[in-house]
Design a binder for this molecule. Structure first.
Ligand SMILES: Cc1ncc(COP(=O)(O)O)c(C=O)c1O
Length: 353
């Protein structure tokens, strides 16, 4: 088919900056073509969104309900609003995406107070939650109503199903609900080698933000409500939060392509394996320290600042904490073994200069 567009980049060039830098998986693009043509009812009444619900049930149980949205920030901010009252607050790790990487959207768009807790590895525990979960009757304090955790975490670590269950039990005993930011939930499931329901619906999570974009989708995520009693007016809040896609079939068909068979798992296993390969190589390089356990598709490392700057001229990646010299190297579904090996050669060369 003819197009007047031209390629403006070299598709053979890949770096380690973000799983968002990757393109879309060919099976996702094929699914989009499948859903194209003809007319379908807009705003989620289409056949693809209807079918998606059955696919979601197979992963999370018959009570689960998916609400497709455009992006992860939108999923988080919409879900948290549906879980809280106007006076509510959300307990989360200091490193949580909702706290550091959403431009203040939970505060500005949802009017939410975030009650943050410092963690060594991005993971909350019942004890850490208790540093902020108190004062429900104190009108001077925003009321802690939700605990939000990220699986896998922003630091590449993974909660075990038991750890999540303990958090859910603890939160529920105190009348709080649990939200799980699953921007990389597939990587967590691949790492744990368990079905996603094991550490979500079965463990007691009330609502999750299901991530697709970082795992091969063009765009799109879904809020998945696991406990319908925990939320109010999700449809209205999604619209008010500017996350209601008119041509929703194109988000839903991507989620179906990812989840109906094993594309979600294949992609996640691959990006996790590339991170393991990278970490193994990095451990052989004197002077480079790996900072957190590598459990998903990210490697966090500390190395001399000038080495990182030279390396960044050859491969794209981000400083995580520039003062400390900490960097993040992220693998994606399309990272190849050659990419990793080439990067390791470059790292060794720059360390030796
Ligand atoms: C943990 C986490 N949550 C949510 C998101 C979603 O963000 P976005 O709004 O860019 O899709 C990201 C993306 O980096 C993330 O890392």
């Amino acid at each position: 088919m003819r197009t007047d567009a031209r390629a403006h980049h070299d598709p053979a060039v890949r770096g380690f900056a973000s799983d968002n830098y990757a393109g879309a998986h060919p099976e996702i693009l094929a699914a989009l073509t499948l859903a194209n043509g003809g007319h379908q009812i807009a705003y989620g009444e289409d056949d693809y969104t209807d079918h998606l619900q059955r696919v979601i049930h197979s992963h999370f149980g018959a009570g689960a309900q998916a609400y497709p949205v455009f992006n992860g920030t939108g999923a988080n901010v919409t879900a948290l609003q549906a879980l809280t009252d106007r006076w509510g607050a959300v307990v989360c790790a200091e490193s949580a995406h909702i706290n550091v990487d959403e431009g203040g959207a939970p505060e500005r768009m949802a009017g939410l107070k975030l009650l943050t807790v410092a963690t060594p590895d991005g993971k909350l525990t019942p004890e850490l939650i208790d540093r902020q979960a108190w004062g429900w009757e104190d009108e001077h304090r925003a009321m802690p109503q939700v605990v939000s955790i990220t699986q896998n975490t922003e630091l590449g670590t993974v909660y075990t199903p038991d750890e999540i269950r303990a958090i859910c039990d603890h939160a529920h005993e105190r009348g709080m609900k649990v939200h799980l930011d699953g921007a990389r939930i597939s990587n967590a499931a691949a790492s744990l080698d368990v079905p996603m329901r094991t550490f979500t619906s079965v463990a007691g999570v009330d609502v999750l933000s299901f991530g697709g974009t970082k795992n091969g989708m063009l765009f799109g995520e879904a809020i998945v409500v696991l406990n319908p009693d925990a939320v109010r007016r999700m449809n209205h809040i999604r619209k008010m939060s500017m996350q209601l896609a008119s041509k929703m079939r194109f988000v839903s068909v991507q989620l179906e392509a990812l989840l109906a068979k094993d594309l979600w798992l294949r992609n996640a296993r691959h990006s996790n394996a590339m991170a393991q390969r990278l970490a193994e190589g990095v451990r052989q390089v004197d002077g480079v320290e790996i900072l957190h356990e590598v459990q998903a598709n990210a490697v966090f490392a500390r190395l001399p600042h000038d080495v990182s700057e030279r390396l960044q001229k050859r491969y794209r990646f981000y400083f995580w904490d520039e003062n400390a010299g900490d960097v993040r190297w992220m693998c994606s579904f399309d990272t190849t073994e050659d990419d990793v090996d080439g990067f390791l050669v470059a790292l060794k060369e720059e360390m030796a200069r």
